[in-house]
Ligand binder design. Sequence first.
Ligand code: CO8
Length: 257
Amino acid sequence: MTGTILVDHPADRVARITLDRPTALNALNLQAMREITTTAAELDRDPNVGAIILTGSAKAFAAGADIKEMAPRSFSDVFAEDWFAGWDTLSRVRTPLIAAVAGYALGGGCELAMICDVLIAADNAKFGQPEITLGVIPGMGGSQRLTRAIGKAKAMDLILTGRMMDADEAERAGLVSRIVPADALPEEGVTTASKVASTSKPASMMAKEAVNRAFETSLSEGLLFERRLFHSTFATHDQKEGMAAFTNKRKPDFRHT
Ligand code: CO8
């Protein structure tokens, strides 16, 4: 069976998963879900990986869940198999995930990008949740993550009309971390991932956990959670090293412990 992804290590402590179904604009079939989530979970357990890039091609990050695979399924099939619950594995990855998005990020493709922590968009990126035009609704988190990212008014507009939003609109709306020229996207993805991966891994994992907590809890509980994590960074080697390096005007030598 041909694989749906390519995996490489483009820089020190950086892993990259590239979606590779060019003839289907990287549509996410069940095989792709299994391969992406299993690979990301393995990389997450690797102490030598400090950031994971998820990317597609110049034309498509991913044009959604695989419509041809979904089309013949019945309610009983998708309910019994709990379709798309497998993607939850990716949202449990604790290593920072950098989405580098060029071209179409539609339906499940937009939802996949939104699972990631930093979303870098090429200036030709197009985002949307066109499920409504197929007689269904978002099924991989779109109604929840898009609404949290860009607010109800804009999320409703996109989800009810199925229209696409270009990179500029996505950045103005707060979906995208930043936009780069399309031909610079691969390099920007690696540079950003390298920067993240060069920091203390326990600290970046805690920072990710703390930010994500903001979506799950009250402000006072979130502030307490953050403060306790902050306190616990003082148990790491890297806190001692980071602060000593600052004091001695040298670069820190993090051990990721
Ligand atoms: N699934 C399967 N195949 C696809 C998909 C897809 N999502 N998108 C594109 N392809 C295929 C096309 O069928 C075509 O294959 P072929 O050459 O064999 O005909 C090939 O990729 C190239 O596509 P196009 O010829 O259409 O390329 P264009 O450049 O003309 O158009 C578009 C690009 C606009 C992106 C167009 O392909 C398109 O509209 N794609 C579908 C986008 C979409 O609707 N995505 C949402 C899918 S639904 C979803 O993601 C979540 C559903 C949740 C349901 C929950 C159920 C439990």
